[in-house]
Design a protein around this ligand. Structure first.
Ligand SMILES: [Zn+2]
Length: 224
């Protein structure tokens, strides 16, 4: 979950009178070939569908929920705690960074959760950020759909009204959604099934109970 700087990038690009020369075009073609070769060669994933993790962050309850979401989602991937002394593949820690979270793709597996961001957010936000970064640590890239857990924006998808329009009042989407689980299963195997549309949470608000309790069940109907 990093703040996007695409607007700035666009301005900078438009500011230059950029005329592609033959040399530049040749270089770009070569670069594209190299990038394609690199991406075709390395699929970011762990070798097995059982992945070990260790959580040393300040938000163990939120990380527990994030792990439960991924383990409860349909598919083969399972997260298990590393044994004492064993090096965990995914290592979750608290950090002071510029975004809410940061994660290294396999075989890195380090997950940094930002103290300032997570301490300012409610429980479901903490769990959402943890689950998003764990998704990267599985090897998942960002997903364009704004209702996906793996959506790139720092804004939590649970707060986008269109993502919650089919839910009862006070219920918001959070945790992995169908597209996220499909991306995970493409790496680790398993189907998504006909009835899994993603997890959702209770959200505190006017007239609603305080303290968001996670509601871990699939949506009864497909989201539009
Ligand atoms: Zn991200």
């Amino acid at each position: 979950m990093q703040t996007q700087s695409s607007a700035t990038d666009l301005t900078e690009r438009q500011g230059r009178a950029w005329v592609p020369s033959l040399l530049v075009m040749t270089a770009m073609a070569l670069l594209a070939t190299l990038l394609f070769a690199a991406s075709a060669q390395a699929i970011d994933k762990w070798p097995r569908s059982t992945v070990t993790f260790r959580d040393r962050s300040d938000w163990p309850a939120a990380v527990n929920l994030a792990v439960k979401w991924w383990n409860d989602a349909p598919g083969r991937l399972k997260l298990v705690r590393a044994r004492p002394g064993q090096r965990a593949q995914i290592r979750i820690v608290s950090a002071n960074i510029d975004s809410a979270g940061l994660a290294g793709l396999p075989p890195d597996g380090r997950v940094d959760l930002d103290r300032e961001s997570l301490n300012a957010g409610e429980f479901r936000y903490q769990a959402d950020v943890a689950a998003h970064e764990i998704g990267h640590a599985f090897g998942l890239p960002h997903i364009k759909s704004q209702c996906s857990l793996m959506y790139a924006e720092a804004e939590t998808p649970a707060d986008i009204p269109a993502c919650n329009s089919t839910y009862p009042p006070g219920v918001v989407r959070c945790g992995p959604q169908r597209e996220d689980v499909r991306a995970m299963n493409r790496r680790y195997g398993g189907g998504v099934g006909e009835t899994f549309y993603g997890f959702r949470c209770a959200s505190p608000g006017p007239g609603l109970p305080v303290g968001p309790l996670p509601i871990n069940f699939p949506n009864p109907a497909p989201a539009p």
